[in-house]
Design a protein around this ligand. Structure first.
Ligand code: DX5
Ligand code: ZN
Length: 233
């Protein structure tokens, strides 16, 4: 098997919008996934009530969503001991599996296992976690998820103080030091996406801004257009 790995040529020129199922109706997940069929990735927030003070869903639900939707799954694991659990999401067919740097004893080993299991490997950092401690492991990853709120809940306010990290990550990619998607997650909506895009993000998670809209498909298209314009400007 060929180990998936992100090459610069694979990074699409248009921004990727990843609606978060955290803001969907949990009693109707299949329909909710189908309402965002034109999304680039479908963001799946796994919380264990230990790493974050909230509990959502796990692998069996991810498998059911995957069977119900063709949109590539972007699994964001806000859990302790990700080395034990993350490869299962890759084996179950997730496109990208992201683990938290703060929860990982050996991020390099997790990245290797995720890629070997057929997924892109992602590393997430909370708002207060500097990138500096992870520069040596980031070449092993395909996605860097910069949290723009404290992880745990949807519908929080965007923390603009995280933007210097987005700029720094963009610079490392543009200068060829890293090859990865720069993803932002938390408080992304019509008022904030332009700042995040101008700072250099490629992938935009949006929960309440998509599922809180009357027409989620239109909300996705509008966010994508705003991000594309802000990135060029
Ligand atoms: C928060 C989650 C986010 C959340 C974002 O811990 O990681 O993915 O769904 O929700 P909004 O877009 O509403 O801030
Ligand atoms: Zn998330």
């Amino acid at each position: 098997m060929i180990t998936p790995r992100l090459h610069s040529a694979d990074v699409p020129s248009s921004p990727l919008i990843a609606p978060s199922l955290l803001s969907a109706d949990f009693a109707r997940l299949a329909e909710e996934a189908q309402r965002v069929a034109d999304a680039d990735w479908l963001h799946f927030d796994v919380m264990d009530a230990h790493f974050v003070p909230n509990l959502t869903f796990g692998l069996p639900v991810m498998q059911a969503v995957r069977a119900a939707s063709p949109v590539p799954l972007d699994c964001h694991l806000m859990i302790e001991d990700p080395a034990r659990w993350a490869p299962g999401y890759a084996e179950a067919g997730a496109r990208n599996v992201t683990v938290h740097a703060e929860a990982c004893a050996d991020p390099r080993a997790v990245a290797r296992d995720l890629r070997a299991a057929g997924a892109l490997a992602g590393l997430a950092v909370k708002p207060g976690t500097p990138l500096e401690g992870y520069l040596d492991v980031l070449p092993e990853f395909d996605t860097l998820l910069i949290m723009t709120v404290e992880p745990g809940f949807g519908g929080q306010e965007f923390i603009a103080e995280t933007l210097p990290k987005v700029r720094r990550a963009r610079e490392l990619v543009d200068t060829g030091h890293l090859t990865l998607f720069v993803e932002v997650d938390g408080g992304i909506n019509a008022d904030t996406i332009e700042q995040a895009a101008a700072a250099g993000a490629d992938v935009f998670v949006a929960g309440s801004a998509v599922y809180g809209a009357d027409d989620p498909a239109r909300a996705i298209a509008a966010l994508r257009a705003q991000a594309a314009a802000a990135r060029q400007g």
